[in-house]
Design a protein around this ligand. Structure first.
Ligand code: URA
Length: 209
């Protein structure tokens, strides 16, 4: 599929299988979502530009590479994006965070914005949207729309599980945004849930159902 990277590292596949199990506890689910967040972040940031700076080791002075340019922005879609964010911030602790509050109207599956707070200089930064479940794609589309409206020019998308329908919907609207995902599942059910999926990621990570 165009512009989608499936992060199929054995650790990611193993943890995702454990997360799918309906008997997995809230605590374990949250822990593994955080861990997979870090592993996916590793791939999303694989090609970040570097620039040499002078480094003095105890023995010599050398030119050594550090990340170049402005700090990244992680943009978790509330609520479930917060679970992956934690693991991503462990790897990139200086990243900025843009919170995007969107929920799906259960009747229409349309997106409703209830909160948005982002750094003012989005145009100068790489923005990584975090939305674990790319189901219909409508939430991810609305999040990318909103971030572009706020100035973002370079966006990437970090997900956990995607439905094929959601991916093609998303790329129809945002062909410039590459997606990283741990698995592409079979399809959506009539309620807009991913099959086989793992249920409602927000409910499972916060124990609200
Ligand atoms: N959101 C979820 O949390 N799970 C799905 O399967 C679809 C949307």
């Amino acid at each position: 599929m165009q512009d989608v990277t499936v992060v199929d590292h054995p650790l990611v596949r193993h943890k995702l299988s454990l997360m799918r199990r309906k008997q997995t506890s809230t605590k374990s689910f949250r822990q593994m979502l955080k861990e997979i967040g870090g592993l996916i972040c590793y791939e999303v940031t694989r090609d970040l530009p570097l620039a040499d700076v002078e480094v003095e080791t105890p023995l010599a002075t050398i030119q050594a590479p550090v990340l170049a340019g402005k700090k990244l922005v992680f943009a978790p879609v509330l609520r479930s994006g917060m679970g992956m964010l934690e693991g991503m911030l462990e790897l990139v602790p200086a990243a900025r965070v843009a919170h995007v509050g969107l929920y799906r109207d259960p009747a229409t599956l349309a997106c409703v914005e209830y909160y948005f707070k982002a750094p003012t200089d989005l145009a100068e930064r790489l923005v990584v949207v975090i939305d674990p479940m790319l189901a219909t794609g409508n939430t991810a589309i609305a999040a990318a729309d909103r971030l572009k409206e706020a100035g973002a020019k370079q966006i990437r998308m970090a997900c956990l599980v995607a439905a094929p329908e959601g991916l093609s919907n998303f790329h129809g609207h945002h062909p410039d945004v590459r997606v990283w995902v741990a698995a592409i599942d079979q399809r959506l059910n009539e309620h807009g849930y991913i099959l086989p999926g793992l249920g409602d990621a927000g409910d499972r990570m916060y124990g609200t159902k």
